[in-house]
Design a protein around this ligand. Structure first.
Ligand code: GLN
Length: 476
């Protein structure tokens, strides 16, 4: 059976499944074949589940019985920090190498009920800390567009899985850009939902006030379908919000108004090909009748600094649970305290240790006010800037990343260079607003075409406007 995976979308696949053009078992087998062919090179998957075909057969029964929803029988890849009952969930860390999840994350329960087929778990930066998947304890994920380059991170495996036609869609988590940046590097669509739109129950916590689970897909329409199936209030996550908590107000009478923080785009770190693709994208939107306006976000330049104080603070307390007793690895030391040090020393990689140290430092009694509290205050100012901007525009557009995918090893020796990658993405996590990355062109480097991404951010709870503009933009 020959299925054109390259041009397949969730909507097309669903249609074909219902018409009986192919079955979910055949579709799943087609993806499994691609994984066998490509994963040796790309390392997108850490594990392919042995019961994927069984789940597909069940989905086929639902389809036959006329009980199929929009996602029934659709194959999905899952980031390795999202719990699937009975399966290994390692967060790409040695400390959890042999850990088996004892329950399902809420998103997994929901998507399972929709009849989705779970293909396997994907590679990531250890505990989602990184922007290149080079911090995985299980090897780097390579970019399917150029295997000498990174797929991005931390959800690099999920983005690469979709880009290499090893899954029709995937789940990632985003604390400071980990869905949008790899989506941009791999040429797929990625959404960081509004904080609280999707339950975090069953995703391994990195920065609890920043984390969200979100979809990777090939089109904005598919992204919307997957997001709608994932979102909603969950009794297991008190930060989840209802659809009623927000009511989008439109500035424009016809089309949403798009704001551009011009001052923020003047930094030297931004690649000229990226800027050119961004300007071209704005021109295409203008052509379609969108009003484009400059907006001022005076404190946005502090976002990265604020993020790299608050995130490690939350990391250091969230990761305290890995004590050699409750989960995963245990290494014996001379006494109880020594067990703790030995286990964490052997189980955590360098970046995780760096962030735990940074986090405990900014939370220590002598520095709490100077760093943690001050960063929290600036976070509130940044949120206020956005609230003000959203009084005159409906969407804020920026590039997703400063450049296209970088070379493997290019930034590993310099953590700050790696952190600068997150300049455009961290703000959405700090303010809680939703942000969508859409492919917006390509640049050619060393004879290889590398994708670039456009980021659209919206008001709290207003994914709808992002989808509307995103779909319009895709048809440019
Ligand atoms: N690259 C960012 C970091 O290293 C984002 C990580 C994430 O979103 N999980 O923290």
């Amino acid at each position: 059976m020959n299925i054109d995976l390259k041009n397949l979308t969730i909507t097309k696949a669903q249609d074909a499944l219902k018409k009986g053009e192919f079955t979910s078992v055949q579709l799943t087998q087609a993806y499994l074949d691609q994984i066998v062919l490509k994963n040796k090179d790309i390392n997108a998957y850490l594990e392919v589940y042995d019961d994927a075909l069984k789940a597909a057969a069940h989905a086929d029964e639902l389809i036959k019985a006329g009980k199929a929803g929009p996602l029934t029988g659709i194959p999905l890849a899952i980031k390795d920090n999202i719990l699937v009952k009975g399966k290994t969930a390692s967060a790409s860390s040695k400390i959890l190498e042999n850990y088996h999840a004892t329950y399902n994350a809420t998103v997994i329960s929901k998507l399972g009920r929709e009849g989705m087929v779970f293909l396997g778990r994907t590679n990531m930066d250890e505990f989602a800390m990184g922007g290149s998947t080079e911090n995985s304890a299980f090897g780097v994920t390579k970019n399917p567009h150029d295997t000498s380059r990174v797929a991005g991170g931390s959800s690099g495996g999920s983005a690469a899985a979709v880009a290499m036609d090893g899954a029709l869609c995937a789940l990632g988590s985003d604390t400071g850009g980990s869905i949008r940046q790899p989506a941009s590097f791999c040429g797929v669509v990625g959404l960081k939902p509004t904080y609280g739109a999707v339950s975090r129950y069953g995703v391994m916590a990195m920065g609890s006030s920043l984390d969200q689970i979100g979809p990777f897909t090939k089109t904005v329409e598919d992204c919307e379908i997957l997001f709608n199936a994932m979102k909603g209030v969950d009794v297991y996550d008190s930060t989840t919000i209802t659809d009623r908590t927000y009511s989008p107000v439109r500035i424009g009478t016809k089309k949403p108004v798009i704001g551009v923080p011009r001052d923020f785009l003047k930094g030297d770190g931004i690649d000229s090909a990226m800027l050119a693709a961004f300007e071209k994208s704005l021109a295409a939107l203008k052509e379609k009748g969108y009003e484009i306006k400059d907006v001022s976000l005076p404190n946005i330049s502090y976002s990265l600094m604020v993020y790299y104080i608050l995130m490690p603070a939350e990391v250091s307390s969230n990761l305290a649970r890995f004590d050699g007793v409750k989960y995963g690895l245990h290494v014996d030391g001379a006494d109880g305290i020594a067990d703790y040090f030995e286990t964490r020393g052997a189980g955590f990689g360098r970046e995780v240790i760096r962030r735990v140290l940074l986090g405990t430092y900014v939370l220590s009694s002598g520095y709490y006010d100077a760093y943690y509290n001050r960063a929290n205050a600036v976070r509130a100012m940044i949120t206020e800037d956005f609230n003000k901007a959203f009084k005159s525009v409906d969407i804020i557009a920026t590039p997703t990343t400063p450049s296209a995918a970088f070379k493997i090893g290019e930034k590993t020796a310099d953590p700050v260079a790696m952190y600068l990658e997150d300049i455009f993405t961290v703000t959405a996590n700090l303010t809680g607003m939703p942000a969508l990355s859409i492919p917006c062109g390509k640049t050619t480097i060393d004879g290889k075409e590398l994708p670039l991404g456009l980021q659209l951010s919206g008001r709290h709870g207003d994914e709808q406007t992002l989808f509307e503009v995103g779909k319009d933009f895709e048809q440019k």
